[in-house]
Design a protein around this ligand. Structure first.
Ligand SMILES: NC(=O)C1=CN([C@@H]2O[C@H](COP(=O)(O)OP(=O)(O)OC[C@H]3O[C@@H](n4cnc5c(N)ncnc54)[C@H](O)[C@@H]3O)[C@@H](O)[C@H]2O)C=CC1
Ligand SMILES: O=C(O)C1=N[C@H](C(=O)O)C[C@H](O)C1
Length: 269
């Protein structure tokens, strides 16, 4: 019998890290072979199951990513941009599929993934849920059907510990709206209203970020014109939707050629 694909989770103690550990351990399609945390983190050296407050899982948290990646078929990485760039090089070296959920990466950061994608499969998306990826397609379609008498605003809400804005999801939705309209998002994006801003520019795509409490992730795409508004909405109430998508991507990546992919490729949307 062939062994199930081995998965390493980076940022293992994080909100997503812990959800990913649970998701992989409960799956009958993959096995957990590693858990990585940053050097100096108190969980390093502890069994990941016990560190999470449960039974031992036989996987000790390490701060040596390459050693862990070498034993794995895939790395699922929801950490921070600098860490993700380091992991991309190491996953390519280990020829492991690298699933990147990390957001807040700059265009320069994203360009640095290109050489890694020549050696290994990379799947990257600002949101790994089926619902949001479907919403990008709906957004594109609605934006293509309406002219710029409809003002597009993207409103995102997240918990009070989120460090980046706009969210990765909001940017995906903005890209989809811009694509539907046949414009480049960089040319029409309005991200920072404060003070005497002047009236809204026709054709702009606006972004609004709300931060508070324990909101998992909510996104509205509003098309507003005189007399009516259309609002497309996604609400995530549990991080398992992201973790399930990420595991699906890790398994899908096993049969792909090296290159950079996104969740639309994984989901066939
Ligand atoms: N694409 C998607 O579907 C989703 C993406 N995210 C993104 O995932 C990222 C993480 O989110 P959370 O889990 O909420 O954050 P968090 O702050 O709870 O967890 C991040 C973890 O990464 C660890 N980390 C940082 N640098 C590291 C390094 N060099 N080596 C190993 N571990 C390192 C931290 O110690 C921490 O445990 C964010 O960018 C967030 O926006 C979150 C949810 C869904
Ligand atoms: O940081 C989060 O929590 C989330 N981040 C992703 C994003 O930036 O869009 C996805 C999700 O909304 C949760």
């Amino acid at each position: 019998m062939t062994e199930l694909p081995g998965i390493v989770i980076t940022g293992a103690s994080g909100r997503m890290g812990q959800m990913l550990i649970q998701t992989v351990v409960q799956s009958d399609k993959a096995r957990l072979v590693g858990a990585v945390e940053r050097a100096g983190h108190p969980w390093v050296g502890q069994d990941i199951g016990q560190a999470m407050g449960g039974a031992a899982l036989g996987v000790v948290v390490t701060d040596e990513p390459l050693e862990a990646f070498a034993k794995a078929q895939a790395v699922i990485d929801f950490t921070a941009p600098a860490a993700t760039l380091q992991f991309a090089k190491l996953a390519a070296q280990a020829r492991a599929v690298h699933v990147i959920g990390t957001t807040g990466m700059s265009d320069e950061d994203i360009a640095k993934l290109e050489p890694c994608g020549r050696h290994a499969v990379i799947v990257r998306a600002g949101n790994m849920s089926l619902g949001v990826n479907l919403l990008t397609q709906l957004t594109k379609k609605v934006a293509a059907a309406l002219d710029d008498d409809y003002d597009i605003e993207i409103i995102e809400s997240h918990h009070n510990q989120k460090v980046d804005a706009p969210s990765g999801t909001a940017l995906m939705l903005g890209e989809a709206a811009a694509e539907g309209r046949g414009v480049a998002l960089a040319d029409v994006s309005d991200r920072g209203r404060d003070g005497i801003t002047g009236a809204r520019q026709k054709g702009d795509i606006g972004f609004v970020a709300v931060r508070g409490g324990d909101i998992v992730g909510e996104h509205d795409v509003m098309f507003a014109t005189a007399g009516e508004r259309i609002i497309l909405r996604h609400v995530a109430s549990d991080r398992s939707v992201f973790a399930r998508g990420a595991l699906k991507a890790a398994l899908w990546g096993q049969s792909q050629k090296p290159g950079e992919y996104d969740m639309l490729d994984v989901l066939g949307l």
